[in-house]
Design a protein around this ligand. Structure first.
Ligand SMILES: Cc1cc2nc3c(=O)[nH]c(=O)nc-3n(C[C@H](O)[C@H](O)[C@H](O)COP(=O)(O)O)c2cc1C
Length: 184
């Protein structure tokens, strides 16, 4: 299985990146994986130009930025692990920009051409408050998956996140279960 890890935290050494590190330990023997720190990449928001919807087979996103790399990676992956802290009840802006830009992979209003269909997606989330605070973001992601026929494989939320706590192995059992569920 090929796993694309989208790390939407601005902090390379923060809570979310530590959670991703621990997650990688659980999947590295079973999957090919690649991680991208998308805060450091050039990912613009969708500008609703409509160009990608013009021709079902030929059209694509016209924005020339680092999504060109991520589209290729996305299409070559079986599973996308979306890792993000919660900022104001939502995923970080770069994580949302990434999700918005996937829209061009589904062309035509009747979903006749949907390159997202059949992909699997799961979320690794850290937050400063209790885990219910991530409901808004997670519910949006679940809706996204349902709408675009992506198989939602669940989420792991770390409330009151603390990097040292995450690296201590405290979440080992949950991470193992999450990884197993994701890979089945
Ligand atoms: C701008 C900003 C907004 C935040 N908003 C929330 C929030 O709405 N709910 C919450 O529980 N934590 C919130 N937090 C806390 C972060 O989600 C939490 O500290 C997270 O683990 C940080 O991850 P990182 O170390 O990968 O940056 C916010 C943090 C920042 C910087």
């Amino acid at each position: 299985m090929k796993v694309l890890i989208i790390n939407g935290s601005p902090r390379r050494n923060g809570n979310t990146s530590e959670l991703v590190k621990q997650f990688i330990k659980k999947i590295r023997d079973k999957a090919d994986f690649e991680e991208f720190h998308i805060f450091e990449m050039d990912i613009k928001g969708c500008r609703n130009c409509g160009a990608c919807q013009k021709d079902i087979l030929k059209s694509h996103c016209t924005i020339d930025d680092d999504m060109r790399i991520l589209y290729q990676k996305f299409l070559a992956s079986d599973m996308i692990a979306l890792a993000s802290p919660i900022y104001m009840w939502q995923f970080t802006p770069c994580t949302l920009a990434f999700l918005n830009r996937l829209h061009c992979l589904c062309r035509s209003s009747d979903f006749a051409y949907n390159e997202m269909a059949g992909k699997k997606m799961a979320a690794l989330i850290t937050l400063g408050d209790e885990e219910e605070v991530a409901d808004f973001a997670v519910n949006g992601l679940k809706d996204f998956c349902e709408f675009f026929s992506v198989d939602y494989k669940g989420d792991l939320r770390i409330p009151f996140a603390d990097k040292d706590d995450i690296s201590s192995g405290r979440y080992d059992v949950e991470l193992k279960k999450f990884a197993e569920r994701m890979m089945d």
